[in-house]
Design a protein around this ligand. Sequence first.
Ligand SMILES: Nc1ncnc2c1ncn2[C@@H]1O[C@H](COP(=O)(O)OP(=O)(O)OP(=O)(O)O)[C@@H](O)[C@H]1O
Ligand SMILES: [Mg+2]
Length: 157
Amino acid sequence: MEKIFTFTADNLDDTNFIALEFAKAVEKSGAFVCLYGDIGAGKTAFTKLVASHLDVKEKVTSPSFVIINEYLSGKLPIYHFDLYRLENEGVKTIIDELTEYSRPNVLTFVEWAEFSDFELPFNRIKIRIEYIDDTKRKFDFYAVGDEYKKLLEGIKH
Ligand SMILES: Nc1ncnc2c1ncn2[C@@H]1O[C@H](COP(=O)(O)OP(=O)(O)OP(=O)(O)O)[C@@H](O)[C@H]1O
Ligand SMILES: [Mg+2]
């Protein structure tokens, strides 16, 4: 895993900027994206903004209670997981399913993937979001795998 860049958002507009650049970068190929950060850091907010830039028409909501939401109205299929309620044992039971969602040409976001204390068997992007104050957030972008390293290196920030 390699850290590719850090982006500091002073407010939601800044987050929207990096979400747009991210959307442009993944629009063609798709990506598997794990989002890390405390409750209220902005994992769902970032996902919503990226989805809006990919022309998703449906309302994007937190999948905390349903585990997965899917949005098929945009430029590519978007799958949004929230594993918070699964705990470790539960996450192990969906590892094969997660692997399926790492296929090309779909965009998958996973909140609370840290319940998996084992390595996922495929490449991915990791975004760590840190709460600084009410409106300010720090985003660290990491790549697992060369293709994602290249993709992240191409993002204007
Ligand atoms: N710069 C910013 N970037 C992202 N979110 C921001 C920013 N400033 C304020 N916010 C607000 O912070 C909140 C983040 O909540 P969000 O639901 O996205 O958190 P989360 O990380 O998904 O939490 P959970 O672990 O509960 O799912 C939103 O209300 C959002 O509007
Ligand atoms: Mg969330």
